[in-house]
Design a protein around this ligand. Structure first.
Ligand SMILES: Nc1ncnc2c1ncn2[C@@H]1O[C@H](COP(=O)(O)OP(=O)(O)OP(=O)(O)O)[C@@H](O)[C@H]1O
Length: 283
């Protein structure tokens, strides 16, 4: 058995829709240790959310599988919490109630009502939302909603926190602020996190490891980069840091230069394959 906390093993995913077959993921292999913060980065549509949804148990892999803490994942479960880019709070419930509903469901048998209440308050305090307990989602900003979503996910004490572009819809300042909060919380709780992002700086700042995916169809893991920067990390100080800039450059180079080379090679191969047919037609 793998010694890693989470193993994604030879995962392939093909979608069949309306008579079309699309091979989205091909042979995804990835190992993640307990407490690791892992980002997945790759061009739009390559299959990042599909990987996350498979780990969440929301969709099955066509072949291969996911093992979390020694158990195969084949359905959603409270051991994995998912936070989406567009917060998914229930609009008719208050901030407090949105977290309480998840806490009550998860801990009904193991915590008393008073303990559950305290736990909800603690998690909302952790994301600095104690001042808005009785507000409804429509009355708070996008960044605040996202904080409540993160508090709700953390409050369930999942084995793995799955973040699908959690800061994607936020303005730059709110985004930076929330990234700092997530780093602070991570330092305290040592969660195992898989985060999808399009933002190279965000990936380097937050991660222990960056997984770079190749372009689809049939996307796979292109490279895995370990980010060996000491924590706590300070964005201002890091902007001048040679290692930080080297990591940043490595990700940019993968996304823009290496991918282009692969695409050019593919294009040349396709053109070569098409040539006899083309010559025969024009003859
Ligand atoms: N349920 C589905 N049925 C058919 N095709 C799907 C389904 N879900 C995803 N796809 C296809 O799989 C591919 C990968 O989608 P996915 O959302 O995983 O990519 P992504 O890398 O997360 O994209 P983005 O960065 O734009 O959010 C896309 O071509 C998409 O159209």
């Amino acid at each position: 058995m793998s010694k890693h906390y989470l193993t994604i093993e030879d995962v392939n995913k093909t979608f069949h829709t309306g008579g079309n077959t699309t091979e989205v993921l091909k042979q995804i292999d990835l190992t993640i240790d307990r407490g690791e913060y892992v980002s997945i980065i790759g061009h739009s549509g390559c299959g990042k959310s599909t990987v996350l949804n498979i780990v969440a148990g929301l969709i099955p892999a066509t072949s291969g599988g996911v093992i979390l803490d020694g158990k195969e994942v084949n359905a959603p479960g409270p051991d994995r919490s998912l936070v989406f880019q567009n917060h998914s709070l229930l609009p008719w419930l208050t901030v407090y109630e949105n977290v309480a509903i998840a806490v009550d469901k998860t801990f009904k048998g193991s915590k008393t009502a008073a303990e559950r209440r305290e736990w909800v308050l603690k998690n909302l305090d952790m994301v600095n939302m104690s001042h808005a307990l009785n507000k409804r989602p429509a009355e708070i900003s996008g960044g605040m909603k996202q904080r409540v979503g993160i508090a709700r996910a953390l409050a369930m004490q999942p084995k793995v926190l799955l973040l699908d572009e959690p800061f994607g819809a936020l303005d730059a300042l709110t985004r930076a602020h929330l990234q700092d909060e997530v780093m602070r919380i991570q330092a305290e709780l040592q969660n195992t996190v898989i985060m999808i992002t399009h933002d190279v700086d965000e990936a380097v700042l937050l991660s222990d490891k960056i997984v770079m995916m190749t372009n689809g169809p049939a996307a796979t893991v292109g490279e895995v980069l370990s980010i060996d920067l000491p924590r706590p990390r300070d964005r201002i100080a890091l902007a001048e840091d040679v290692r930080y800039n080297k990591y940043r450059q490595a990700v940019l180079s993968f996304l823009h230069e290496k991918q282009r080379k692969v695409e050019t090679l593919q294009q040349k191969r396709e053109e070569k394959d098409a040539q006899p047919l083309h010559s025969a037609q024009s003859a």
